[in-house]
Structures are given as structure tokens and as C-alpha cells.
Design a protein around this ligand. Structure first.
Ligand SMILES: [Zn+2]
Length: 263
């Protein structure tokens, strides 16, 4: 499915047709002056109305007036805040789902976009996944369940321009059996903070797998069984800092359509 979608990104007409068919772009809107239906110009992705009509002026005299209505068809969509070509945005989004990190170099080469722009879009995709995951958080684990936990620092940019201005820690876990997850923003990754999250989100008697981060050392005393893995061998994500294999796979499996209709 994703490879078909990648092919579509090389044919802008068909890509736009695809988006209209799936209600990601609207084919029509109403002119906010004359209220007539206006069709999307699929080349410019603009709605424009230049209809002439008669109105009465303050002296009750009929005068001719022309609509000046103009609106981008991208407003309120995944493409809304960007001047990038939508084919490129789609290819970047699809690559985010298809390829595990490190992928910035490839993305930049394939699309001809700067490294900074490619990283910006990857961050944007990640934030959408993070937001999606937050909405689907629930308490996980329990006797006989293996829960994998990890923490990651998410950078935040002004979309498409500027440098990283801040970042925040996100702590998450996935139940290997049920595939249910939790994901929460945390101030820091001290033992106190992480232990509180673990107690809030993971049921007692779970087996918890984490990296060797020192904050996890107390888990054995807290009615959890604790195993560690070494991230430098297994799961490290050079793009961002982190997220374990299971969490990454889970997030990557979120369907393209979910991302595109998110906004
Ligand atoms: Zn009009």
C-alpha cells in the first residue's frame, strides 16, 4: 500500500485526485461573499471566486460588484502550514513510516530538501504519533505480562523554519502481549518521576524491561520484576535519541491515513 502511495507522489494530478476521493482535500467550498459553490483548482490548489453580481449601495442604487474570494485548499489539512510541494510532503511522510532511522540523509537526497527541512518533517510526524498515542493511553501489564519502557527527548521546532527551541521528555511503555501502550510527558527522568509514572500506568507484578538507566534500579523493590537491555546493541535511534524497538514499531505502524487526516 505504501509503495503504491510513493508511486502516486510522482504524479501530482493523481495524488490530488486521491486526496479528494479520501476527503483529505475538499473539492468544493462556499464563497464567503456570494455563497456560491466554488471548485478547487487542482493545479494551484486554490479556491477562487470572481463572480459579478448586483448589490444595492447606501443610496439604494444597484451597482455591480465582483467577488474577491480566495482561499488555499491546503488550509486545515496536513499541508496547511507549509509552502512545500504536497508531493514532497507525502513522500517524506511515507518514508517516515516505511524506514527506521537513520533516514535523514536518504530523505534529504531523495527529495532534494535540506537536512533541516527533512528533520523538521520527521519531528512533525513524530509529534502527530505522540499525540495519537496519548489519546490511546491505558494502564498496562499485570501478572505474567512483559512491559517494555523507555524515555525519549522530543525536540520541538517552529514548523519548517527555525532551530530547535525547546524539548521535553516523554516516557512510555508497551505491553508485549496486548500491544497496549502508555505515553506521558515528564519533567525529567529522575527515579522519583519515572517510578511515579510506572506505578500510575503499569499494573503490579508486571515484568518490566528497560535500558540500564539508573532511575530504574529500584523496580525490584516495588513489586515488579526488572530486566534490562543494552540499547547500544539493540534499539538506539540516532535521529532523535531513542525509543525502544517495540515502541518505535508500534508508532510506525500507525497508518498513513491516520497521520494525513490528523489535522
Ligand atoms: Zn463569490
Amino acid at each position: 500500500m505504501l509503495s503504491d502511495f510513493i508511486n502516486l507522489t510522482f504524479n501530482t494530478d493523481k495524488l490530488i485526485e486521491f486526496f479528494i476521493r479520501h476527503n483529505i482535500l475538499s473539492a468544493v467550498t462556499n464563497c464567503n461573499e456570494c455563497e456560491n459553490i466554488v471548485h478547487l483548482n487542482t493545479k494551484t490548489l486554490m479556491f477562487t471566486c470572481r463572480k459579478k453580481r448586483f448589490v444595492k449601495n447606501i443610496h439604494k442604487k444597484r451597482i455591480s460588484q465582483q467577488c474577491r474570494f480566495e482561499r488555499s485548499g491546503k488550509v486545515g489539512t496536513w499541508f496547511g502550514n507549509s509552502n512545500l510541494d504536497i508531493s514532497l510532503i507525502c513522500r517524506l511522510t511515507a518514508y517516515f513510516i516505511m524506514f527506521p532511522p537513520p533516514r535523514v540523509h536518504f530523505l534529504s537526497l531523495d527529495t532534494g530538501l535540506s537536512r533541516v527541512t527533512a528533520i523538521d518533517w520527521l519531528n512533525f510526524c513524530r509529534e502527530v504519533c505522540e499525540s495519537w498515542a496519548k489519546k490511546h493511553c491505558e494502564k498496562i501489564g499485570g501478572p505474567g505480562h512483559i512491559v517494555e519502557v523507555d524515555e525519549a527527548k522530543f525536540g520541538r521546532r517552529k514548523y519548517n523554519r527555525g532551530r530547535v527551541v525547546e524539548g521535553h521528555w516523554v516516557f512510555g511503555g508497551i505491553d508485549r502481549q496486548s500491544k497496549k501502550i502508555f505515553l506521558v510527558a515528564v519533567q525529567d527522568r529522575t527515579q522519583e518521576t519515572l517510578l511515579k509514572c510506572i506505578k500510575d500506568w503499569i499494573l503490579p507484578e508486571s515484568t518490566i524491561i528497560s535500558d540500564c538507566w539508573k532511575s530504574y534500579r529500584c523496580l525490584e523493590n516495588e513489586n515488579f520484576q526488572h530486566l534490562t537491555v543494552n540499547h547500544s546493541y539493540n534499539f538506539v535511534d540516532p535521529d532523535t535519541g531513542i525509543f525502544s524497538k517495540y515502541i518505535s514499531e508500534y508508532l510506525i505502524n500507525i497508518k498513513l491515513a491516520n497521520i494525513l487526516i490528523f489535522l
